[in-house]
Design a binder for this molecule. Structure first.
Ligand code: ADP
Length: 672
């Protein structure tokens, strides 16, 4: 067995690998970019090497620097994690040339599966069923379009080198074809430096079911059952589970056998995943094989009781697979939710910032958290904005769902937008509960998953009261602390009794909702014997409570409830049973600009590059028409007209770098 390995990755997967390696008594070398000096994976490792600036192309993708660090540290093997160099055959060969073991499949297997088209050709020969489509070498737009026309719409354009849902476009009709092809090719070029495309029949209500396979160097191959990853946004997984609901023994075996056949066809070694689309009628089609450990591997670990990273290390060191197919048992049900820094209400736009407050449910036999960040860390624009994977296990799906819903509630983040509320709505959705799954789940349930008013109005009222109560209690605490520290603790100004001189009159707390143009609401509080009488407009609420660190126990009109509160700068975030709500607290004397929200929605949603300008000064546009296409984090975003009107100015051109918030065009809306 290896005594020292290098982990060529960052974030949660680097931490995950280090954890198992340490358990096995293997020392770990981390590599990091300048942006990750203080990252958790660096802190966990036994030693670490800085390999370059923040941009991945200059650090985590620099195979040469990573190998140099391996040589210098004396590590004899490299675990690539997922993403970055994990499926890069050139890097695997470079490792081999240096006599360093790559913990993963041989370069030839990666090459065979690296192109989705070539993979389809191999699988076709091996007798694995395929989605109908065109995966030929001739890339002329006419051929691509003709094959789409022949297949019949909708079709899916896919980058043959693609991954992570990037470089894909659904095309509903011939008239959309050219624009979609252009966009998919641009995204593919940016993401993979390769814009070759394949065309597939777009199945309308499939499920994404994938099989975990494992093979050793002796030629043994087995499958560790399946995962259902149907719930996706932008063709990217957000919720995964194992086993797949409704799976029959027969289908499991058929898919498992097909997956093992796929692995054997390319002389696979190590952990791999064969992805299938499962159609309503039970037919399944090979989509692609991922030649690495998947993000969602924990659900498989929880239902099989195996540690897949340990398996990877054992197999890479030349051992046989730890178990035979018949020795594997499937137990209970596991779900994984990917917690992202992103804004579900704004096309899941990645968010960045500091995790000023981060509290999680406690880990136990039912709850596991795989993460690479701690409170105070930053989610930077350079890398994937995933904060953590929340994984739950229980004896059956129903109980696992209940645990997940509760655990999501207990996963509290302030400092940036996250998808936890959205995930909870997903998990609680009756159709999800009944496992009515397909890859269009999120689209289908838009109105429930993206409610306009997240918190019903009556609750909004009470939430506002709680926020005001928090302000009042924390101010009182502050005064108490000041009094205790003061040279004259008995000064009447530090009186601690409930009814006091300086609160005998009215206290005012001004709060407003962020991201809204509604004026602030002034809550007027009058001291009572044990609390306050709060006036919120015409409403009156009797409020009292206790504040212990971030836990507020509030009694409003005789009803007691608990909320958790994070306060950062002028933002107050309340985490309650009904969800998360945020308020801006207008502290007297605080600068106004803290409360100014970006009035223009024609600004850059984040730092990025302009890839296309679709309008010029004078262009008449209709509502929702695309104006500018931006690229950030290898994804394209189209900035659209908010209403019909005229473009009066365009401030950037193709190729320009823009900062978040920068106004991209000037626009005058038509008169009503
Ligand atoms: P990537 O490698 O970028 O993840 P995949 O080929 O694995 O791309 O596809 C990602 C997702 O896109 C699938 O899980 C599925 O939801 C959807 N998808 C892919 N191909 C098809 C298809 N032919 N019909 C319908 N949906 C598809």
């Amino acid at each position: 067995m290896f005594t020292k390995i290098l982990i060529a990755n960052r974030g949660e997967i680097a931490c995950r690998v280090i954890q198992t390696a340490h358990k096995m008594g293997i020392r770990c070398v981390a590599v990091y970019s300048e942006a990750d000096v203080n990252a958790m994976h660096v802190a966990m490792a036994d030693e670490a090497y800085c390999i370059g600036p923040a941009a991945s192309a200059e650090s985590y993708l620099r195979g040469d620097k990573i190998l140099e660090a391996a040589m210098q540290s004396g590590a004899t093997a490299i675990h690539p994690g997922y993403g970055f160099l994990s499926e890069n055959a050139v890097f695997v060969k470079a490792c081999e040339a240096q006599g360093i073991c790559f913990i993963g499949p041989p370069a030839s297997a990666i090459e065979a599966m690296g192109s989705k088209s070539a993979a389809k050709t191999i699988m076709e020969k091996a007798g694995v069923p395929l989605v109908p489509g065109y995966h030929g070498d001739d890339q002329s737009p006419e051929i691509l379009k003709r094959s789409a026309n022949e297949m019949g719409y909708p079709v899916l354009l896919k980058a043959t080198a693609g991954g992570g849902g990037k470089g894909m476009r659904v095309v509903g009709s011939e008239s959309e074809f050219d624009e979609a092809l252009g966009a998919a090719k641009r995204e593919a070029m940016k993401g993979f430096s390769d814009d070759r495309m394949l065309v597939e029949k777009y199945l309308t209500e499939p499920r994404h079911v994938e099989i975990q396979v494992f093979a050793d160097q002796q030629g043994n191959a087995i499958y560790l059952f399946e995962r259902d990853c149907s719930v996706q946004r932008r063709h990217q997984k957000v919720l995964e589970e194992a086993p797949a609901p409704g799976m029959t023994e027969l289908l499991r075996q058929q898919m498992g056998d097909a997956a093992v056949k796929a692995a054997q066809a390319i002389h696979y070694v190590g952990a791999g995943t064969v992805e299938f689309l499962l159609d309503r009628d039970g037919a399944f089609y090979f989509m692609e094989m991922n030649t690495r450990l998947q993000v969602e591997h924990p659900v498989t670990e929880l239902i099989t009781g195996q540690d897949l990273v340990e398996w990877q290390l054992l197999v890479a060191a030349g051992n046989n697979l730890p178990l035979h197919q018949e020795q594997l048992n499937l137990q209970g049900h596991a779900l994984e939710a990917r917690i992202y820094a992103e804004d579900p209400d704004n096309e899941f736009l990645p968010a960045t910032g500091q995790l000023v407050y981060l509290r999680t449910p406690s880990e136990n036999q039912h709850i596991r958290i795989d993460t690479g960040v701690r409170e105070g860390d930053t989610v930077s624009p350079y890398y994937d904005p995933m904060i953590a994977k929340l994984i739950v296990w229980d004896v059956n799906r129903e109980r696992a769902l209940q645990r997940m819903s509760q655990a999501l509630l207990e996963y509290r983040v302030a400092g940036m937008k996250t998808n936890t509320g959205f995930l909870r709505r997903l998990v609680d959705h009756p159709d999800f509960q009944q496992a009515k799954l397909d890859t269009g789940f999120i689209e289908k349930h838009r109105s429930v998953l993206f409610p306009v008013n997240k918190i019903a109005d009556d609750k909004a009222h009470f939430n506002l009261a709680k926020a005001a109560l928090y302000v009042l209690l924390s101010q009182r605490q502050q005064r108490e602390e000041d009094a205790a520290a003061s040279s004259d603790p008995y000064s009447p100004w530090h009186t601690l009794s409930g009814w006091r001189l300086n609160e005998s009159n009215q206290l005012r707390v001004e709060l407003s909702l962020p991201d809204s143009d509604q004026p602030g609401i002034e809550v007027v509080a009058q001291g009572t014997a044990d609390g306050y009488l709060l006036k919120l407009g015409a409403e009156k609420i009797l409020a009292s409570g206790r504040l212990l660190d971030d836990k507020l126990t509030a009694v409003l009109n005789g009803h007691q409830s608990t909320v958790w509160v994070a306060e950062h700068q002028a933002r107050i975030t309340l985490f309650s049973e009904s969800g998360t709500s945020e308020y801006l607290w207008h502290k007297p004397g605080l600068e106004e600009h803290l409360f100014e929200e970006d009035a223009s929605n024609l600004g850059a949603p984040m730092n990025g590059t302009i890839v296309a300008v679709l309008v010029e000064p004078g262009t008449q546009v209709t509502a929702d028409q695309g104006l500018v296409v931006m690229e950030a984090m290898k994804m394209e975003y189209t900035i659209r007209a908010p209403a019909s009107g005229t473009i009066t100015d365009v401030y950037f051109k193709e190729g320009d770098l823009v900062d978040e918030g920068a106004q991209l065009v000037a626009f005058t809306a038509d008169e009503e």
